[in-house]
Design a protein. Structure first.
Ligand SMILES: Nc1ncnc2c1ncn2[C@@H]1O[C@H](COP(=O)(O)OP(=O)(O)OP(=O)(O)O)[C@@H](O)[C@H]1O
Length: 695
């Protein structure tokens, strides 16, 4: 038989099994729907039962409905091939592996869930350690039709003649496919080193490091699906949070978990981790560096002790014919004493009123023959409406946003910062908050979150927010059972505090590449990170990924040449796939950079089937974005270096590497990120004839 007919015959064999599976899945769907309906009936019936029976029925109903919905969700997930693998083993067993476990009506296995221990050899068996696997087969389908198969022969000596082997490797086939709008799952081709990280126990901190394109993000997301499958009660109950660098990134990865039937996981970016705030701006590097540093904690702690700018500076009250007066210094002393108390300011207004009354009594006491006693004064003044009005404006309930905006006043900021910030830093920060219309930046979100905790939750009914950006603070942020942090190398210490607050009782998966870091003080970030994990004694597990699955070998070779001063050769992963096409480095004059970029993008759009990205310094971004819109191409994106983190395109036009480097102190690392976004084609436009070797 020719190779093609062997392949076709084998595809037909697999199609037969896949058909059986889908028939069974249709039956299971019917059973699950019936179970859900039965649950609803139970609830209905419960209303007519005695209380005791009612509770039991409602419990049963809840379990039933939840279970049925879970089954329906996984059955309805957008499967790109429900059955994707087959193992033929030495004990003559055949096992099919898929996105979901399916048994026939006799309870025999039709498909084993990829996350089940029995499926592990599908990912872990190698020619050196075959684990009894003779042939591993990846089955590729479109909808319910099998379109291709790819085999790996792991034990040639054990293979029988009736066992054909076809295909050139499923991994390479999968890596070569065009990239679309969203990241895809990799369940069919997870590699051994990745599988070990995915299946690591949930406890403590699992750190996954690796160079660009090593599948860190993919691994972290598959690990979430694995943990939810293995320990749904613990993980699902309190929830899983995945934190990524930008909304573009969370949107890019948003389909991966649902495609594995998991739609309960919360994906957030650092700019929208705090409910009610959506930061759309980023600060220039030096400003973000100050805002992210732990020194800001002290500044904020002092800021909440300051009187609001519009607070009255004198209290005058006429009582029993006398004027009782507290001047600015006396008021400041009262304010400080209330702040020294146990409660946060938004919960201290009653304490503030009491302290003022006490201070007024001390005034009254100093007058000769003052006609009333302490208790009387406190009761009477405490009930006076003018006194209440004063308290409300003098001890205002503040929102985090109000406090932060208050710091745009340079003098106030310098006073609060003391020696914690230099004058230049005070100027940078005050300028960044100067425009009240501008909205908050990504780095501000961590500061607002810090303030939320420092200020405390205002008493519910009394508080009316003057800052309509923020709803009253939530206090249930610390309830997640597992937190995944992607691109962890870039979190500032203040951002680690914000994320850590949400994971007080959580286990962690932390993913990053130290070489791609754009954070200027890694030691401080490391310290904040340790604190977020619950101290240095928390159990750590480390996995290093060493194969770059994204870039062609030719593209990564260029990135490797450019990156020599930020990474040593042993830190660089190995790119497995060659396209035979070298990146194009094109020199042009400054005035023509933008037009040449658009032209290069148009060329690449015609060369690749998937997405094309133009990556540029942020100064060039608005102009290029508008110009690119003119091309009317929905496969084209324009992003700056930082935005490109974690994303990938089939082809990339990188505009003026020198500008990306010059943009910030961590420019060389940003350039490394930008150079490693393309899977197939890369064009670099530069005005520097000596690039890449000249610098
Ligand atoms: N085992 C695999 N099978 C198929 N594709 C894979 C595999 N591992 C990774 N990939 C693909 O390689 C690309 C890079 O993966 P991913 O984005 O997870 O890498 P990363 O390490 O997070 O990259 P970076 O840090 O550069 O953003 C993705 O397209 C991913 O689907």
């Amino acid at each position: 038989m020719s190779e093609t007919s062997v392949r076709e015959a084998e595809i037909a064999v697999e199609q037969k099994h896949v058909d059986v599976v889908y028939t069974r899945v249709a039956e299971m769907r019917g059973e699950a729907e019936a179970m859900r309906d039965r649950g609803d009936e139970l609830a209905h019936g419960a209303r007519n039962e005695a209380v005791f029976e009612q509770a039991a029925m409602l419990f049963e109903r809840d379990v039933m409905v939840r279970h049925a919905n879970q089954i329906l969700r996984s059955l309805d997930a957008e499967h790109e091939g429900l059955v994707f693998g087959r193992l033929d083993t030495t004990d003559t067993e055949t096992m099919y592996v898929g996105r979901l476990g399916v048994r026939d009506s006799e309870f025999d296995n039709l498909v084993t869930d990829w996350r089940a221990p029995a499926a592990a050899p599908f990912y872990q068996a190698t020619a050196e350690q075959p684990m009894g696997v003779i042939r591993r087969r990846v089955i590729r389908s479109t909808g319910q039709s099998v379109v291709d198969i790819d085999d790996d022969l792991l034990m040639p000596e054990a293979r029988q003649e009736t066992m054909p082997v076809v295909g050139e490797g499923a991994l390479i086939a999968s890596l070569t496919r065009a990239r679309g709008e969203n990241m895809r799952d990799i369940v069919a081709t997870i590699q051994k080193e990745q599988d070990e990280a995915i299946r690591a126990p949930w406890r403590g901190v699992t750190e996954i490091t690796g160079g660009p394109g090593t599948g860190k993000t993919a691994v972290a997301l598959h690990r979430v699906a694995y943990l939810l499958y293995r320990d749904r009660r613990r993980m699902g109950g309190a929830g899983v949070l995945v934190v990524g660098p930008s909304p573009a990134f969370t949107s890019y990865i948003s389909r991966v978990l649902p495609s594995m039937g998991e739609d309960t996981v919360e994906l957030r970016s650092l700019s929208d981790l705090l409910d009610g705030v959506k930061a759309t701006r980023t600060d220039p590097g030096p400003v973000a560096a100050v805002k992210g540093s732990l020194r800001m904690r002290r500044v904020l702690k002092k800021a909440i002790r300051e009187a609001p700018a519009d607070a009255p500076t004198e209290l005058r009250i006429v009582y029993h014919g006398e004027v009782l007066k507290l001047d600015a210094r006396e008021l400041a002393r009262v304010r400080a004493s209330v702040h020294n108390g146990r409660r946060p300011p938004n919960q201290s207004r009653v304490d503030a009123a009491e302290a003022l009354l006490e201070a007024l009594w001390r005034k009254a006491e100093s007058y000769e023959d003052f006609p009333v006693k302490r208790a009387e004064l406190i009761t009477e003044l405490g009930e006076r409406i003018d006194f209440h009005r004063f308290v409300v404006v003098w001890w205002q309930l503040l929102t985090p946003g109000e406090v932060l905006r208050g710091l745009s006043d340079r003098r106030r900021l310098a006073r609060t910062a003391g020696r914690g910030l230099t004058r230049a830093e005070v100027d940078l920060l005050a300028d960044s908050w100067a425009d009240p219309e501008a909205g908050f930046t990504v780095a501000d979100v961590a500061l607002l979150d810090e303030l939320r905790v420092l200020l405390g939750r205002p008493p519910r009914r009394r508080h009316r927010s003057r800052d309509n950006q923020l709803p009253p603070p939530r206090e249930d942020y610390d309830e997640y059972s597992h937190i995944v942090v992607d691109e962890a190398q870039d979190l500032s210490p203040m951002q680690w505090r914000m994320v850590g607050r949400r994971g007080k009782y959580a286990s962690w998966t932390v993913v990053g590449d130290p070489v791609q870091s754009s954070w200027p003080d890694p030691a401080e970030a490391r310290q904040a990170q340790e604190a977020a994990f619950g101290g240095p004694r928390t159990q750590h597990r480390r996995f290093a990924l060493r194969t770059n699955y994204r870039n062609s070998a030719e593209i990564f070779a260029l990135a490797g040449r450019v990156v020599t001063h930020v990474a040593t050769p042993d830190q660089l992963p190995h790119a497995v796939r060659s396209t035979g096409v070298d990146p194009l480095v094109q020199v042009c004059v400054e005035d023509e950079l933008d037009t040449t970029a658009l032209k290069a993008a148009a060329d690449l759009l015609s060369e690749v089937d998937g997405t094309v990205g133009i990556i540029t310094a942020s100064s060039r971004l608005p102009g290029l974005r508008t110009a690119a819109e003119g091309l009317g191409e929905d496969r084209l994106r324009v992003v700056d270096g930082l935005e490109s983190k974690g994303l990938e395109y089939d082809a990339v036009v990188l505009v003026e590497p020198g500008e990306l480097v010059a943009e910030s102190t961590t420019g060389p690392r940003t350039l490394y990120v930008a150079l490693t976004r393309a899977t197939q084609r890369l064009t670099v436009l530069t005005t520097d004839e000596t690039w890449p070797d000249g610098r």
